[in-house]
Design a protein around this ligand. Structure first.
Ligand SMILES: NC(=O)c1ccc[n+]([C@@H]2O[C@H](COP(=O)([O-])OP(=O)(O)OC[C@H]3O[C@@H](n4cnc5c(N)ncnc54)[C@H](OP(=O)(O)O)[C@@H]3O)[C@@H](O)[C@H]2O)c1
Length: 284
């Protein structure tokens, strides 16, 4: 086993499942000691237990990243348990409710802003407070759909990713001479709970009908999508967009070739959960 992260300590928020868990496991398999968190204490203890059974030195605690003090307590767990902090991944994310912005309830919108925007801010400054004085460290912030362009009907999520990109690139510049490297990663489509279960307002189901095909053609399993999160923390590269035109073209052609040969993979699952929005609640 190579050990490119031997001796390093990494915190991964939202590390209990999906992409965050794959990143935590990848770092662990590269020799890092890993601290994970999510809002659910049970999910944290299950994921930590599973990683330890696989030989990864891991710890974790429940932490809602929208709460600054909780994020500082997570940092303290890493420092108390392992005595140092080298990598911090702001991965925890919510996709929110799909639908017209005017109909999304304020608390649904705010939940996305709290996790994606404030969570990334909290994690970044919590990590910088340790890393700047020590003169080293890597922070990875997860971008996503909408980080460079507007996305109708998913404005809380997409605009939060625009914000994350702008924030991360700016903080990276601020830290050019501190020894701390701040990275922005868009992992492309990842086959996780986020894409297989979508909260949506009634009447928007048709707009989501192509998601299983798109996710099947262009999506990657979390283990594969996690790989750039390792390359980034071994580099000084600031931004990485994993799904560009060449990947889309290549994966579309590969999928169509398999389909023609009668070997198309099963479509990725999608459950659309219809939730009540602002107007349904007011007038429904
Ligand atoms: N899936 C994709 O196609 C895709 C594409 C581009 C970017 N991304 C980004 O990649 C990241 C991970 O996505 P994913 O697909 O792995 O999502 P996921 O499967 O839904 O997992 C999200 C993780 O974040 C945790 N979480 C959510 N809100 C939290 C909060 N307030 N505080 C702490 N933890 C919280 C969840 O645990 P709890 O629910 O227990 O808190 C879970 O561990 C996100 O930032 C997402 O935007 C994903």
């Amino acid at each position: 086993m190579s050990a490119s992260l031997a001796g390093k300590v990494a915190v991964v928020t939202g590390g209990t499942r999906g992409l965050g868990n794959a990143i935590a496991r990848l770092y662990g398999s590269e020799g890092a000691r890993v601290v994970i968190a999510s809002r659910s204490a049970t999910a944290v203890s299950d994921a930590v237990g599973a990683m330890r059974r696989d030989g990864i030195d891991a710890a974790g605690q429940a932490c809602d990243v929208s709460v600054r003090d909780a994020v500082d307590r997570l940092r303290q767990l890493a420092l108390d348990t392992y005595g140092r902090l080298d990598i911090w991944v702001n991965n925890a994310g919510l996709s929110g409710v799909f639908g017209p912005t005017v109909d999304v309830a304020p608390e649904q919108f705010e939940a996305v802003v709290g996790t994606n925007v404030l969570g990334t801010y909290h994690g970044t400054i919590s990590a910088l407070e340790v890393m700047v004085p020590q003169g080293s460290g890597h922070i990875v912030n997860l971008m996503g759909r909408g980080d460079k362009n507007p996305v109708p009907f998913q404005t809380a999520y997409a605009a939060s990713k625009t914000w994350i990109r702008a924030f991360t690139l700016a903080v990276a510049k601020e830290n050019e001479h501190t020894g701390v490297h701040v990275h922005a990663l868009n992992p492309g489509l990842v086959q996780t709970d986020m894409l297989s279960g979508v909260d949506a307002l009634a009447g928007t189901e048709d707009m989501l009908s192509r998601l299983p095909l798109i996710n099947t053609m262009w999506g990657l399993p979390p283990e594969q999508a996690a790989l750039p999160a390792l390359s980034l923390v071994l580099s000084t590269k600031v931004e990485h967009q994993a799904l560009g035109f060449p990947q889309i073209l290549g994966r579309t052609l590969a999928y169509q070739a398999r389909r023609l040969l009668g070997r198309a993979p099963e479509l990725q699952p999608l459950v659309i959960r219809i939730v009540e929005g602002r107007h349904t609640r007011q007038h429904g």
